[in-house]
Design a protein around this ligand. Structure first.
Ligand code: THU
Length: 136
């Protein structure tokens, strides 16, 4: 992936946070998921009065992509925040990391927006010793 393409994906994640439904936390999150065929699916966090029915931005992006027939993924950008989205990194929660692990290889790229642009990780770095299909 070119650096400019990574920054574009991060910008899409920041934009996706505009649709965040987060009346309980006021913490807006956006995600942009790049598929192997070049298509991009975005997601935002969607909260619920029950709290537990809340869906994270990353999972919304994955669910939308998978429901659209996609199964090969290259990278995801994540941006979150209260007053400003994307200045401070929003690391994916454990459940989202587990969902990434279901569909992605260990070299899957995770871009976390920050005030300088983004910081880059692999899934292997964020979820070492994972429990996946190979564990069963
Ligand atoms: N959130 C995400 O959307 N993604 C993450 O990886 C971290 C947390 C959302 C869930 C909730 O709506 C809000 O951020 C505060 O936890």
């Amino acid at each position: 992936m070119k650096a400019s393409d990574k920054q574009s994906l991060v910008n899409m994640a920041i934009k996706a946070a505009e649709n965040s439904y987060s009346p309980y936390s006021s913490f807006r999150v956006g995600a942009a998921l790049l598929c192997a065929d070049g298509s991009i699916f975005t997601g935002c966090n969607i909260e619920n009065a029950s709290y537990s029915a809340t869906n994270c931005a990353e999972r919304v992006a994955f669910q939308t992509a998978v429901a659209s027939g996609k199964s090969n993924f290259v990278a995801i950008a994540v941006a979150g925040g209260k007053a400003t989205v994307g200045e401070n990194p929003c690391p994916p929660c454990g459940v989202c990391r587990q969902v990434m692990c279901e569909f992605c290889k260990e070299e899957f790229i995770i871009l976390l927006a920050n005030k300088d642009g983004f910081k880059e990780y692999t899934l292997k770095q964020l979820l070492p010793l994972n429990f996946g299909a190979q564990s069963l």
